[in-house]
Design a binder for this molecule. Sequence first.
Ligand SMILES: Nc1nc2c(ncn2[C@@H]2O[C@H](COP(=O)(O)OP(=O)(O)OP(=O)(O)O)[C@@H](O)[C@H]2O)c(=O)[nH]1
Ligand SMILES: [Mg+2]
Length: 247
Amino acid sequence: MSDSNQRDGLSADEPNAAESNAAEPNATKPNTGEPNTAEPKAPEPLKIKEAEFIISAVKPEQYPVDNLPEVAMAGRSNVGKSSMINKLCNRRHLARTSSTPGKTQTLNFYQINKAYYIVDLPGYGYASVSKTLRAGWGPMMENYLRNRPQLRGVIQLVDIRHPPSKDDIAMYEWLTHFQIATAVIATKSDKISRGQHGKHVKVIRQTLNVPKEVPILTFSSETGEGKEDVLDLLGYLWGTEILEAHL
Ligand SMILES: Nc1nc2c(ncn2[C@@H]2O[C@H](COP(=O)(O)OP(=O)(O)OP(=O)(O)O)[C@@H](O)[C@H]2O)c(=O)[nH]1
Ligand SMILES: [Mg+2]
């Protein structure tokens, strides 16, 4: 697919921004690379009542065919993608987590409320994941992100403690380049004091060059901080199909 693979015109009442208490103005919508033109629309408050692991896919033929809206979780190995999925779904062992980086190496599809998918992507940026494996899932992930019409957006996770890595920057630039709606979540927020959140989020925003209208939420899989905001964000992204139909 070419650069014309646009998911534009997204707009809705937005989830609360993590840095709303910080020095920066409220952030609002995921980055689409395009101006928002649709009328704002209030999202339904989202509750995850059912979450089911469907498939660990390594090729497109294995992706679900039921045409439900999908949101994918991207981020460095070990940043907490699988842990976040578990926390959002109130399930301890739905997605496999590990303190050893590189646990998720396939595209794992979780069906939510029989209506949506969350897709757990392999983590990038860890040398210990063998080159052969990376060579395998790099193109697989790229192919998925560029050629999956059901994909409504990507949530990119970064570690709140550290400035984004080169890989984080490359990932965010790549998503922006292909005009994939992208929101950023600063995770492991329990690891630093609340008073420091705004400062760290600001560094993340500057380093990734995230426009001020794009939300950077904070989240912790340990404490559940930010869970409601992330659920709102998911609901918003899944719902963008309806808005596009009205353009
Ligand atoms: N303190 C704290 N630890 C976390 C948090 N989220 C994840 N972790 C820990 O970080 C480690 C990695 O978490 P995973 O969820 O497996 O990370 P991942 O991004 O899925 O990693 P890959 O599958 O390798 O890409 C585990 O030991 C988790 O317990 C968090 O919010 N706070
Ligand atoms: Mg994982």
